[in-house]
Design a protein around this ligand. Structure first.
Ligand code: ZN
Length: 627
């Protein structure tokens, strides 16, 4: 650690600069750009965007967005150009200030990163404007026809993380670069438009909507959704957007949003984004949730009817501090976003539902961490099990593994164990305050923690702590073990069932989804087809409405060739786009020849319902080509 701390100081000394621009309460500063981001062409140390004015027309028929993006920029006096990231955009015209039309340069195509857009600057350039159109297969955008939604209306949503914002807005697409924005969006009548900004609560008959985001955000938090949506208020600062057919279900699971927000604020200080709403998307949304500021995007697969999957909302809410307020400077530092957020998610769940509840979540994290860490090491990718990643030349999505999330979580839990909860909480509050609306890399964080947590409290920093956890492979020996009484009861229950052969000994009345998941994880490989059948007869797993339970059940059904579940599985795969469920089910299917054929048959029907993020991975898994 000492070495990287020293390196950091040298770099900071060379590049730090006090040039800044006052943006109301939020200061955007040219600083911290010593973090070279290999996933962006932008050179923020020369010139950077500080504010976006976005004017757009949404065309469902052509599946395109026609737009003008105007930027306020900040540049060094000698800078001759500004560089933006673009991908698959049709750039029509570029001008400086009001109408100074200029020649620009669109550089060669890089398959991963897209194309750099070089715009020359003159001495008096204050703004640049770009008129452009998106491509119908822009990677961030998913256009759903009416049949693919729960209503009778088409739907559009974006997913910008990690480096997809550039496929719908020409932008400096790096998590280290922040800007504020305003937008005017025209959508077809009958639709509501929403962004990661101050949002309308009801439809406007003209189809024109205006937006404002006053807190500076990085490009990966740019978001837009358009559809037949309505709003339901759940508290003074919280509410739900959903399609009318989904709203009732959404309210049943998400009615406690306000108490989530208040609990989070008690733990880590005031919420800085004013409003926290959740948008429940159609089922093709590829992630569980996306922490778009002011408007979390969520999969409908968390609506289980018994609130047992709402820890996902706690997770997205936690990102309002870790990720959105203090952001990873590059995707190599992704654990700073996700490890903190998992830690914070479990603390919110502990405060709301008790330690025996949050320890179940931590135990599931440990299981996933062990599995993924082993896979990475066995496949010769040990370096990808370091918290600090090196994603040069690769899609940052590669880093979205249990390492960033769960190893990150256990590292922070280890720090809590070493320093005590009270000190650690105080430190975290101070950290979020210190780096508000800034981006930070791993080395900056470690140095800050060494000084302000260990140093300040006179606690010895264990010698190999950082080298083992942050720059070392796999799971360190001193991992804090979760202790879940509720899971032990599940294990006892399984043992009793298998010893007696009597399925009625399984006492599941009080089980939450997590206990059922643990039940599946603990089931021995030796279990027979007849036992699988008996389980289905007793618990009706095949027709469960809970996507987490269904996924585990389908995995078991495939292993034991329990075909009764296959119809439901096909239905699930065709109608759900969440990558977390798709990958394990398809992966289990392709292990046998018959399974592979079945997988391909289903995939041909299902693929059109998946977002790029999901089908990009599945095409590879299934060796599927659209040519
Ligand atoms: Zn997250």
């Amino acid at each position: 650690m000492k070495k990287s701390a020293l390196l950091f100081c040298i770099i900071l000394g060379l590049f730090s600069c006090n040039q800044n621009k006052d943006m109301g309460n939020n200061r955007i500063t040219i600083q911290n750009f010593q973090n070279y981001d290999q996933h962006s062409f932008a050179k923020p140390q020369e010139a950077l965007i500080t504010h976006l004015n976005w004017d757009a027309i949404i065309d469902f028929d052509r599946k395109t967005i026609q737009a003008v993006a105007q930027y306020d920029i900040l540049k060094y006096p000698k800078s001759k150009k500004i560089i933006l990231d673009t991908k698959n955009l049709d750039i029509q015209k570029v001008w400086r200030n009001q109408n100074d039309s200029i020649e620009y340069e669109l550089k060669e195509i890089n398959e991963l990163l897209g194309q750099a857009l070089h715009i020359p600057l003159s001495k008096d350039t204050k703004t640049i404007s770009i008129q452009y159109k998106t491509s119908p297969d822009a990677e961030a955008l998913q256009w759903l026809n009416a049949q693919q939604t729960t209503g009778n209306s088409p739907f559009l949503f974006t997913q910008s993380q990690a480096i997809l914002c550039r496929s719908w807005i020409p932008i400096q697409d790096s998590p280290g670069i922040r800007f504020t924005y305003e937008a005017k969006v025209k959508v077809p009548e009958g639709n509501l438009a929403l962004m990661s900004a101050e949002n309308p609560k009801e439809k406007d008959t003209t189809g024109y909507y205006s937006f404002k985001m006053q807190q500076p955000i990085p490009a990966y938090l740019m978001a837009l959704a358009v559809g037949d949506l309505e709003y339901h208020k759940t508290g003074s600062e919280t509410g739900i957007y959903a399609e009318p057919a989904t709203m009732e279900k959404a309210i049943a699971d998400l009615e406690d949003l306000q108490s989530f927000l208040e609990t989070a604020e008690e733990l880590y200080g005031g919420y800085r984004w004013e409003q926290f709403d959740v948008l429940v998307l159609p089922p093709s949304f590829p992630f569980g949730g996306m922490e778009n500021p002011r408007l979390t995007f969520a999969t409908p697969t968390i609506l289980s009817g018994d609130k047992s999957l709402v820890s996902l909302i706690a997770h997205e809410l936690a990102h309002s501090w870790s990720g959105n307020l203090v952001t990873n400077a590059t995707w190599d530092d992704f654990w700073l976003n996700e490890g903190f957020t998992v830690y914070f998610e479990y603390r919110i769940m502990e405060a709301l539902y008790g330690k025996d509840y949050s320890e179940m979540l931590a135990s599931i994290s440990l299981k996933e961490l062990k599995q993924e860490s082993k896979e990475l090491i066995d496949n010769g990718n040990a370096k990808d099990s370091h918290l600090k990643l090196d994603l040069e030349g690769r899609n940052p999505d590669v880093g979205m593994t249990a390492i960033a999330y769960d190893k990150g979580y256990f590292f922070l839990r280890k720090i809590e164990e070493l320093t005590g909860r009270e000190r650690f909480d105080n430190f975290l509050k101070q950290y979020f305050n210190e780096y508000t609306f800034e981006s930070i890399n791993t080395e900056q964080f470690l140095l800050y923690m060494e000084q302000n947590l260990f140093g300040k409290n006179d606690i010895e920093l264990p010698k190999d702590l950082f080298s083992n956890w942050v720059y070392g492979a796999g799971i360190p020996d001193n991992l804090p073990e979760p202790n879940s009484e509720r899971f032990r009861k599940v294990e006892n229950s399984i043992a009793k069932w298998l010893n007696t052969g009597n399925i009625d000994t399984l006492k599941t009345q009080d089980w939450s989804t997590h206990e059922f998941l643990h039940f599946f994880h603990q089931m021995p490989d030796s279990i027979e087809y007849t036992e699988v059948k008996a389980l289905d007869e007793k618990f009706d797993f095949t027709i469960s409405g809970n996507a987490e339970i269904l996924t585990e059940w389908f995995l078991l059904a495939i292993k034991k060739d329990y075909r009764t579940a296959y119809g439901a599985m096909e239905n699930f795969l065709v109608n759900t786009g969440r990558k977390k469920f798709l990958m394990p089910i398809y992966s289990e299917l392709v292990k046998t020849e018959t399974g592979k054929r079945l997988a391909l048959n289903i995939y041909k029907k299902a693929r059109q319902n998946y977002h790029y993020v999901s089908y990009n991975s599945l095409d590879k898994l299934l060796n599927y080509s659209t040519d």
